[in-house]
Design a protein around this ligand. Sequence first.
Ligand SMILES: [Zn+2]
Length: 116
Amino acid sequence: MKKEKKRICTLERQIAKIKQKISSIDDLRRGSLSEQYNICGTPGCKCKATPPTKHGPYYQLSFTKNGRSSTKFVSRKNIRDVKLQVKNYTRLRKLIERWLELGSELSDLRVSDKDE
Ligand SMILES: [Zn+2]
């Protein structure tokens, strides 16, 4: 019983920390970034040499919107911002996962507490 109370306290503290971290997240963007290197159609271009020097990198954002997956190019001048936005999104997802995990354990403890 006492052990459960202690665990409840710990979980409450951990959840409070997660909420605090979530509230500090600002710009975010759903998706993941990938680098692309392309070959063009110009004859004798460096991208067709041996070994080839392909064009790029180009940055592409893959994301799902309304259940449909989509991609779009990100211009070089926006890449830093977009990288940060995607990073914040990943961070939010991780924090929510953790909150769900801890929250479920906490809820189990609260329910069993009431039964006794
Ligand atoms: Zn080329």
